[in-house]
Write a protein that binds this ligand. Structure first.
Ligand code: ZN
Length: 113
C-alpha cells in the first residue's frame, strides 16, 4: 500500500518535471528564435501585419523596434545589454558570438514579448 502511493507520487513528480521542462524549453525557443529570426512580436513586425499604428520602439521611441535594434543599438536597453550581453552597444556581427542563453536572459530581462 505504501509503495503504491510512493510510486504514484514519484510518477506525478516526474510528470511535473517533464511538463516544467517543456514550458521552459518552449519559452527559451520562442524568445531566442523570435529575436534571432525576426519572427516575433516586436512592433515593426506587428506594424507590417497591420496590427499596430506605428513601428517605433517602445523603449526609446526613436527607431523602428526590430530585432537588430533591440539586440544591438537601443539606448533604452544599453544597461541591460551590458549586463547580459557584455557590451552597451553591439554590431550585428557580434550577435553571432553570443550564447543563446545570454540572448534568452537579455530577452527576458527586457520584458519585451
Ligand atoms: Zn529603442
Amino acid at each position: 500500500m505504501t509503495d503504491f502511493y510512493y510510486n504514484n507520487i514519484t510518477l506525478g513528480f516526474l510528470v511535473f518535471k517533464v511538463w516544467l521542462f517543456k514550458i521552459i524549453l518552449c519559452n527559451f525557443v520562442i524568445h531566442c528564435a523570435g529575436l534571432l529570426t525576426r519572427h516575433n512580436t516586436l512592433r515593426r513586425y506587428l506594424y507590417l501585419l497591420g496590427l499596430l499604428d506605428g513601428p517605433l520602439c517602445r523603449g526609446c521611441g526613436v527607431k523602428e523596434e526590430t530585432s537588430a535594434h533591440v539586440l544591438c543599438e537601443c539606448e533604452a536597453l544599453a544597461s541591460l545589454r551590458h549586463m547580459y550581453l557584455g557590451s552597451f552597444f553591439l554590431e550585428p556581427e557580434d550577435v553571432k558570438s553570443i550564447s543563446l542563453g545570454a540572448v534568452w536572459s537579455f530577452s527576458r530581462a527586457t520584458g519585451l514579448p
